[in-house]
Design a protein around this ligand. Structure first.
Ligand code: SF4
Length: 623
C-alpha cells in the first residue's frame, strides 16, 4: 500500500487531483456540523445578494437562499449519487462481463448481443427514457445513470475475462476440481479487480456529470432539495444579470470531475505493473547517462571496445548495479560469448552498448563503449539512430515480439533497409528476398508475403537474423537467439550464424546461458556473475581448464550425451540481488572454497594474454 501511494503521489497531476478531491470530501463530510444557514429556507428580501455580502459568503440565489449552504449540501448529494451509480454499474456490469466471458458460447452470445443493443442507443436518450418511465426524482436519476453505464462495464470486463479464461492457470484450477463459482471468485476476480477499480475511478466523474445533466433538465433532484445540476438549472434565468449564481455550482462540478479524472488516471498508472518498476513516464529514446560519468579510454584492440561500463537501475531509493565495471572487446570476424545465469547482467550489457536500456529506471553511470574510434555513450540520439540497425544490429530472443504482427515480413525487411539507405521500394524488396535466401528460408518468394504468425519459431528467428543483416552490419549482438528453439532448429541457426560470420567477416557478441552453444560458436568467452566479468579467455582454454569456481560449476551443469551415470552438478543457492551485494566476492555464499579473505574488499580481475579471472583461490592458476 505504501508503495502504491508513493507511486501515485510521484505523479504530480494525480497528487493535485487527490488534494483537491480530499479538500472537497472533507468539506462535505463536515457540512452538517459547520455553522451554515438552512439551504432550503427562502428569504425573498435577500434575493441575488452578491458574494461577500454580510452573512452570505457566496451570495444568494433568486429565492434568497444562501449559496454556500446550498453548494455544500448539493455537492454532498451529487457525490453520493455519482459514487453510488458507479458502484451499482461497476458491480452489475462486471458480474455480467465475467459470467459471459468465462462461460462463453451461447450464453456469451445472447448476453453480449443484449449489451450491444443497449450500447447502440445514445446513452443520454436512454437515461431520459428510463427517468420518463420511472418518473422524476433523484433516486430514479441514479437508477437511470447506473443502468446506462452497465453495458460499458460489461463489455470491458468481458473482453479481459475472455483472455484470462483460456489461460493455463484457469485450466489448472478446473483440473484440480474447483467449481465454476470458486474459479470465478478466487482465480478470475482478483485478476480483473484492478481493471474494475480503474474503470470505476475514471467513470465516477462522468456519472456525476450525467446525474447533474438530468437534474439540470428537472428530472433529478426536486425542489427544494439541491444538487449541483439543479442549482445550475435554477440559475439559468439569471445567467446574464447574476452570473455568480451559475458560476458557483459550475466551478464545483469542474473541480470535482477534473480532480476525479486526474486521480483516476494516477490510480490506473500506479496499478499498472508495467509502470511500477520505473517513474510513470515513457522510456527515453536512449539510455540516460549520468552527468558524473567520465569517458574511459579503450584498453584493448577491437572494432567494439567496452571500457569499465557501469549501468544501474534506480527504483525508488534502491540502486541495482546491473553492470558493474565490465571491459570487453571484439575484433572483426570474431565471436565473443557472454555467459552467465539469468540476472547476471549479460543482456543489460548488450543493450547498454547502443543506449537501448529503458530509462527510467536505467542509467549509465560510468565507462565507455568505443565503436569506430568514437565513444557511443552519451552520443546524440540521431548518431545512435544512424548506427543502430545499420553498423550495429541486434538479434533478440523472441522474434514474435520484435516483428510487427500486422505487416508482412518482406515489407518489414524493406522498411529496415529504407530507414538507413535511400533506395527504391522495388530494390529494397529484391534485397529482402535475397536476404531470405541467404538465411535459407525455403520458398522465399512466397514466404516474403507471410505475416509473422504464419511462420514457425525457427523461421521467425531466421527472419530476425535477416533483419539484422539487411544493412550489412559490422557487429551483430545476438541476445539468446536460440533459447526458445528446439535443438535441431538451434543447431541450424548456429550453423547459419557461423557461415555468415565467415562469409561476411561479422563481429558477433553472443549472449547465452548455454556453454554448449558457446563451445560451438564462440572464439572467446566472458563469464558474468552479479554484473561483473569473473573469468574470460579463449573458449577452448576456458572449457578445458576453467579457473573461476563459478565457471567450473557452470560447465559441470551441462549434460553430456553418453556419459551415463555422471552426476549433474547444480549450483546451490541463487544469484545475489545486485542492489544488496555482500562485501568481497559476490559468489562467496555459493562457493565451496570461500574463506574469510574472500569476504573482504574488492577482488580484481587479473591475468594476461587475454586470459583473466576474478578469484583469490582459482581452480587453475593462469599461466
Ligand atoms: S574469491 Fe573466494 S569465494 Fe570467490 S570464487 Fe574465489 S574462492 Fe570462491
Amino acid at each position: 500500500m505504501t508503495g502504491f501511494l508513493k507511486l501515485l503521489f510521484r505523479n504530480r497531476l494525480a497528487a493535485m487531483g487527490a488534494v483537491i478531491l480530499g479538500a472537497i470530501l472533507l468539506l462535505v463530510i463536515l457540512t452538517p456540523i459547520l455553522p451554515l444557514q438552512n439551504p432550503d429556507v427562502t428569504a425573498t428580501a435577500d434575493r441575488f445578494q452578491r458574494p461577500l455580502s454580510p452573512g452570505h459568503l457566496l451570495g444568494t440565489d433568486h429565492l434568497g437562499r444562501d449559496l454556500l449552504a446550498r453548494l455544500l449540501y448539493g455537492t454532498r448529494l451529487s457525490l453520493i449519487v455519482g459514487v453510488a451509480a458507479a458502484l451499482i454499474a461497476g458491480i452489475i456490469g462486471s458480474a455480467i462481463g465475467i459470467t459471459a466471458g468465462y462461460f462463453g458460447g451461447r450464453l456469451d452470445n445472447i448476453v453480449m448481443r443484449g449489451v450491444d443493443m443497449l450500447m447502440a442507443f445514445p446513452y443520454i436518450l436512454l437515461a431520459l427514457a428510463i427517468v420518463a418511465a420511472l418518473g422524476p426524482g433523484l433516486m430514479n436519476a441514479l437508477i437511470a445513470v447506473a443502468a446506462v453505464n452497465i453495458p460499458f462495464f460489461a463489455r470491458n470486463i468481458r473482453g479481459i475475462t475472455v483472455g484470462l479464461a483460456g489461460r493455463e492457470f484457469i485450466d489448472a484450477a478446473k483440473l484440480s476440481g474447483m467449481g465454476h463459482t470458486r474459479i470465478i471468485l478466487t482465480e478470475l476476480l482478483p485478476n480483473v479487480l484492478p481493471v474494475i477499480i480503474i474503470a470505476m475511478s475514471t467513470t465516477v466523474g462522468w456519472m456525476i456529470l450525467e446525474t447533474a445533466g438530468l437534474s439540470f433538465l428537472g428530472l433529478g433532484s426536486q425542489p427544494p432539495q439541491a444538487d449541483l445540476g439543479s442549482m445550475l438549472g435554477e440559475a439559468r434565468s439569471s445567467l446574464i444579470t447574476s452570473p455568480y449564481v451559475s458560476l458557483v455550482p459550475g466551478v464545483m462540478i469542474f473541480l470535482i470531475v477534473m480532480s476525479i479524472n486526474l486521480l483516476g488516471d494516477g490510480v490506473r498508472d500506479a496499478l499498472d505493473p508495467r509502470l511500477r518498476s520505473g517513474a510513470l513516464s515513457r522510456p527515453l529514446a536512449t539510455t540516460l547517462v549520468s552527468g558524473a560519468r567520465r569517458p574511459v579510454p579503450p584498453a584493448r584492440d577491437g572494432l567494439l571496445q567496452i571500457a569499465d561500463l557501469r549501468t544501474q537501475f534506480h527504483v525508488g531509493s534502491r540502486i541495482y548495479k546491473a553492470v558493474d565495471g565490465v571491459s570487453l572487446s571484439v575484433r572483426p570476424g570474431e565471436c565473443l560469448g557472454i555467459i552467465g545465469e539469468s540476472g547476471s547482467g549479460k543482456s543489460v550489457t548488450a543493450l547498454s552498448l547502443m543506449g537501448l536500456v529503458a530509462s527510467p529506471p536505467g542509467i549509465i553511470t560510468g565507462g565507455s563503449v568505443w565503436f569506430d574510434g568514437r565513444d557511443m555513450i552519451g552520443a546524440p540520439y540521431e548518431d545512435l539512430r544512424r548506427i543502430r540497425g545499420d553498423r550495429v544490429a541486434y538479434i533478440f530472443q523472441d522474434p514474435l515480439s520484435t516483428l510487427h504482427p500486422l505487416y508482412r515480413i518482406g515489407d518489414q525487411l524493406a522498411e529496415a533497409i529504407q530507414a538507413h539507405h535511400k533506395i527504391g521500394k522495388a530494390e529494397a524488396n529484391e534485397r529482402a528476398l535475397q536476404l531470405l535466401r541467404d538465411v535459407r528460408i525455403p520458398n522465399p518468394e512466397s514466404r516474403v508475403r507471410n505475416y509473422p504468425h504464419e511462420m514457425s519459431g525457427g523461421m521467425r528467428q531466421r527472419v530476425g537474423i535477416a533483419m539484422a543483416l539487411v544493412n550489412d552490419p559490422a557487429v551483430i549482438i545476438a541476445d539468446e537467439p536460440t533459447t526458445a528453439l528446439d535443438v535441431t532448429v538451434q543447431a541450424q541457426i548456429l550453423m547459419l550464424l557461423e557461415d555468415l560470420r565467415r562469409e561476411r567477416g561479422l563481429a558477433i557478441v553472443f549472449i547465452t546461458h548455454d556453454f554448449g552453444v558457446v563451445g560451438q560458436l564462440c572464439d572467446r568467452v566472458a563469464v558474468m556473475y552479479a554484473g561483473r566479468i569473473v573469468e574470460e579467455g579463449p573458449t577452448a582454454e576456458v572449457l578445458a581448464r576453467p579457473s573461476h569456481p563459478y565457471t567450473k560449476r557452470l560447465i559441470a551443469c551441462v549434460p553430456e550425451l553418453g556419459q551415463g551415470r555422471r552426476e549433474m552438478a547444480a549450483i546451490a543457492g541463487l544469484p545475489p540481488v545486485v542492489s544488496d551485494l555482500p562485501p568481497g566476492c559476490a559468489f562467496a555464499p555459493r562457493c565451496d572454497k570461500a574463506s574469510d579473505s574472500c569476504r573482504k574488499g574488492d577482488i580484481a580481475l587479473s591475468g594476461s594474454g587475454g586470459r583473466a579471472v576474478r578469484c583469490l583461490f582459482p581452480e587453475e592458476a593462469l599461466t
